[in-house]
Design a protein around this ligand. Sequence first.
Ligand code: ZN
Ligand code: ZN
Length: 73
Amino acid sequence: MTQTFLCSQCCQSYPINDCTKFNGKNYCPDCLRELTSVCAICGARVPEDDAYLYMGRTLCVSCFRQRSHSGIY
Ligand SMILES: [Zn+2]
Ligand SMILES: [Zn+2]
């Protein structure tokens, strides 16, 4: 018997192994990809709204600030 969880976004059940906690909620891989991005530099998962596109890469707020101020890249 496989353990399942309910995705907070799409309300479908998925195997517990596919569960990722983000901001205190459980998400399936599909919804996670839709709602969040992974920073190309530090690997932090950030909400899609807080992700910055910089030189073709997705960055979190702090990495974006660092890059855009230092002029590297
Ligand atoms: Zn989902
Ligand atoms: Zn980052």
